[in-house]
Unconditional design. Structure first.
Length: 94
Protein backbone atom coordinates (compact mmCIF):
# COMPACT_ATOMS: atom_id res chain seq x y z
CA UNK A 1 0.00 0.00 0.00
CA UNK A 2 1.46 3.37 -0.95
CA UNK A 3 0.78 6.35 1.23
CA UNK A 4 0.91 9.92 0.02
CA UNK A 5 1.83 12.25 2.83
CA UNK A 6 0.43 15.75 2.85
CA UNK A 7 2.54 18.46 4.41
CA UNK A 8 0.75 20.31 7.18
CA UNK A 9 2.03 23.14 9.35
CA UNK A 10 4.64 21.80 11.77
CA UNK A 11 3.39 20.30 15.02
CA UNK A 12 2.75 20.79 17.84
CA UNK A 13 -0.07 23.27 17.49
CA UNK A 14 -1.38 25.46 20.30
CA UNK A 15 -4.06 28.08 20.65
CA UNK A 16 -3.84 31.63 21.85
CA UNK A 17 -6.76 33.83 22.82
CA UNK A 18 -6.39 37.12 20.98
CA UNK A 19 -9.58 38.77 22.09
CA UNK A 20 -12.74 37.63 23.74
CA UNK A 21 -14.15 36.55 20.35
CA UNK A 22 -11.02 35.54 18.39
CA UNK A 23 -8.60 32.65 18.92
CA UNK A 24 -5.51 31.87 16.83
CA UNK A 25 -4.15 28.39 16.24
CA UNK A 26 -0.35 28.52 16.13
CA UNK A 27 2.06 25.91 14.76
CA UNK A 28 5.47 24.97 16.16
CA UNK A 29 7.29 27.85 14.48
CA UNK A 30 4.81 30.36 15.94
CA UNK A 31 3.10 31.19 12.68
CA UNK A 32 -0.67 31.24 12.50
CA UNK A 33 -2.48 28.16 11.16
CA UNK A 34 -5.92 29.77 11.38
CA UNK A 35 -8.13 32.15 13.32
CA UNK A 36 -11.40 31.18 14.93
CA UNK A 37 -14.01 33.86 15.42
CA UNK A 38 -16.89 33.08 17.72
CA UNK A 39 -15.74 29.53 18.48
CA UNK A 40 -15.29 28.04 21.90
CA UNK A 41 -12.07 27.16 23.71
CA UNK A 42 -13.08 23.51 23.27
CA UNK A 43 -13.13 24.02 19.48
CA UNK A 44 -9.68 25.63 19.62
CA UNK A 45 -8.33 22.80 21.78
CA UNK A 46 -9.66 20.19 19.35
CA UNK A 47 -8.16 21.95 16.33
CA UNK A 48 -4.81 22.39 18.06
CA UNK A 49 -4.77 18.64 18.87
CA UNK A 50 -5.28 17.71 15.19
CA UNK A 51 -1.61 16.95 14.36
CA UNK A 52 -1.31 14.63 17.38
CA UNK A 53 -4.60 12.91 16.59
CA UNK A 54 -3.60 12.41 12.95
CA UNK A 55 -0.21 10.97 13.92
CA UNK A 56 -1.90 8.57 16.37
CA UNK A 57 -4.36 7.39 13.71
CA UNK A 58 -1.51 6.78 11.26
CA UNK A 59 0.32 4.71 13.91
CA UNK A 60 -2.86 2.71 14.63
CA UNK A 61 -3.40 1.94 10.94
CA UNK A 62 0.28 1.02 10.46
CA UNK A 63 0.01 -1.56 13.28
CA UNK A 64 -2.56 -3.51 11.27
CA UNK A 65 -1.19 -2.91 7.77
CA UNK A 66 -1.26 -6.21 5.91
CA UNK A 67 -3.11 -8.06 8.68
CA UNK A 68 -6.65 -7.59 7.35
CA UNK A 69 -7.13 -11.37 6.95
CA UNK A 70 -6.28 -12.09 10.58
CA UNK A 71 -8.37 -9.48 12.43
CA UNK A 72 -12.02 -9.40 13.35
CA UNK A 73 -14.82 -7.35 11.87
CA UNK A 74 -14.81 -4.82 14.73
CA UNK A 75 -11.14 -3.94 14.21
CA UNK A 76 -11.65 -3.85 10.43
CA UNK A 77 -14.46 -1.33 10.91
CA UNK A 78 -12.28 0.81 13.20
CA UNK A 79 -9.46 0.70 10.63
CA UNK A 80 -11.85 1.80 7.89
CA UNK A 81 -12.99 4.77 10.02
CA UNK A 82 -9.37 5.66 10.81
CA UNK A 83 -8.39 5.52 7.12
CA UNK A 84 -11.37 7.71 6.21
CA UNK A 85 -10.38 10.28 8.85
CA UNK A 86 -6.78 10.28 7.59
CA UNK A 87 -8.00 10.78 4.03
CA UNK A 88 -10.21 13.65 5.15
CA UNK A 89 -7.31 15.29 7.00
CA UNK A 90 -5.16 14.95 3.88
CA UNK A 91 -7.77 16.71 1.74
CA UNK A 92 -9.69 13.74 0.39
CA UNK A 93 -13.16 12.64 1.36
CA UNK A 94 -14.23 16.14 2.29
Amino acid sequence: MSVTMVTHAPAPWAFSDQREWTTRILCADGSSVCKISGGSRADAALISAAPDLLASLREFVALYDGLENSIGATVKAKLARARLAISKADGGGV
